[in-house]
Write a protein that binds this ligand. Structure first.
Ligand SMILES: *Cc1c(COP(=O)(O)O)cnc(C)c1O
Length: 355
């Protein structure tokens, strides 16, 4: 607390990202990054942009990238927005579409940044409890007087996926407010709600290059929706910072969307590793949610998640532990390479006495 802080600053509860330790080399299974490098074509494109043009501002309208992203999904540029990571787009969306006089509906267990942004914008959360199996109770996501809905699909950190039909039901139940579907993990086995944009002008779908395209360090995200929603995002962006994407990010992101073959290759690998590791963990007595993401959400009745987390950390493997009601006996484990996951499995077996 400082006497120089505004009341807003003093009231905030900032998001705490997964640790990025510098003290030693860990196997990092704690922030859902890709274990694989970005496409070589992306690195080449970024290198090609390292030149004296950096003295010039980047294109504030991000035309080339918007063109590439809209064409990739069969949409028009008027239905497409790009931002400095999907977190930035979420921040813009909260400001653009949600009214502080009405509560914002989201799950009690979900991406923790939603609560942080709600606080920042003075929005009251209307929390919907996940069911006993940690699934999204679709029938609870409606009502009178709420100002919007936000849901990650697959949900984080539970990794569970809603079908496209379920998303359609959600939209039918919420015709008069904006429904944001945060698809950070959709490429690992889900079906994108982008297919529904033509039918629902209140649907905003947010995606990112951070997870499935191995570009968390480049900071590029997308939003897709009706032209009026995209206009709303642009109004906020241009009242805040016109140059959210730099020249290197703009070039690298276009190249990422063009290398479909590499994208397919690394997502297929992550999915295959996920299925193999999930099966082995179940064999060890873990409850493993039905993950369609690049991480597993696991729990063991006989071993406290916090102890496993600390023991793994001690042995050089970082996973994520959330000291939060209902999920404080769970670990979120990002999918690494097969070698990394074998190390994780071996240590886990040792700890629970299954060697
Ligand atoms: C990782 C993640 C994001 C943020 O992604 P960036 O594009 O890197 O900002 C947004 N939503 C969810 C649910 C995530 O897990």
């Amino acid at each position: 607390m400082s006497k120089y802080w505004s009341p807003l600053t003093a009231s905030l509860e900032p998001y705490v990202p997964g640790e990025q330790p510098k003290d030693k080399r860990y196997i990092k299974l704690n922030t859902n990054e890709s274990p694989y490098p970005p496409s070589a074509k992306v690195l080449e494109a970024i290198n090609g942009a390292v030149n004296e043009d950096l003295r010039l501002y980047p294109d504030p309208n991000c035309e080339a990238l918007i063109e590439a992203a809209s064409a990739y999904y069969g949409l028009s540029p008027e239905q497409t927005f790009v931002g400095n990571g999907s977190d930035e787009i979420l921040a813009f969306a909260f400001a653009a579409f949600f009214d502080p006089k009405k509560p914002l509906m989201f799950a009690d267990i979900t991406y923790s940044f939603y609560k942080v942004y709600a606080k920042f914008y003075g929005l009251e959360p209307q929390l919907i409890s996940l069911d006993d199996e940690l699934g999204i109770p679709l029938d609870q996501f409606h009502g009178d007087g709420h100002g919007g809905v936000i849901i990650p699909n697959p949900n984080a950190p539970t990794a569970e996926l809603l079908s496209l039909e379920a998303i359609r039901t959600l939209l039918e139940q919420n015709r008069d407010v904006v429904v944001v579907i945060d698809e950070a993990y959709i490429d690992f086995g889900g079906e994108s709600a982008i297919a529904l944009i033509g039918d629902y002008d209140n649907l905003l779908v947010i995606q990112t290059l951070s997870k499935s395209r191995a570009l968390a360090g480049l900071r590029v995200g997308f939003a897709f929706g009706s032209p009026e929603l995209i206009d709303g995002l642009n109004r906020i962006k241009n009242s805040f910072n016109s140059y959210t994407l730099d020249r290197l990010a703009l070039r690298g992101a276009v190249a990422a969307l063009q290398d479909e073959e590499y994208f397919k290759q690394i997502t297929d690998k992550v999915i295959a590793t996920r299925e193999r590791v999930a099966e082995q963990l179940r064999g060890l007595g873990f409850r493993v949610t039905n993950s369609k993401a690049n991480f597993l959400f696991i729990s063991h009745d006989d071993f406290a998640a916090k102890d496993l987390f600390l023991a793994l950390r001690e042995r050089g493997v970082l996973v994520r532990y959330f000291a939060q009601p209902r999920i404080d006996n769970y670990l979120r484990v990002s999918i690494g390479t097969d070698d990394e996951m074998d190390t994780f499995l071996k240590l886990t077996k040792e700890m629970i006495g299954h060697s």
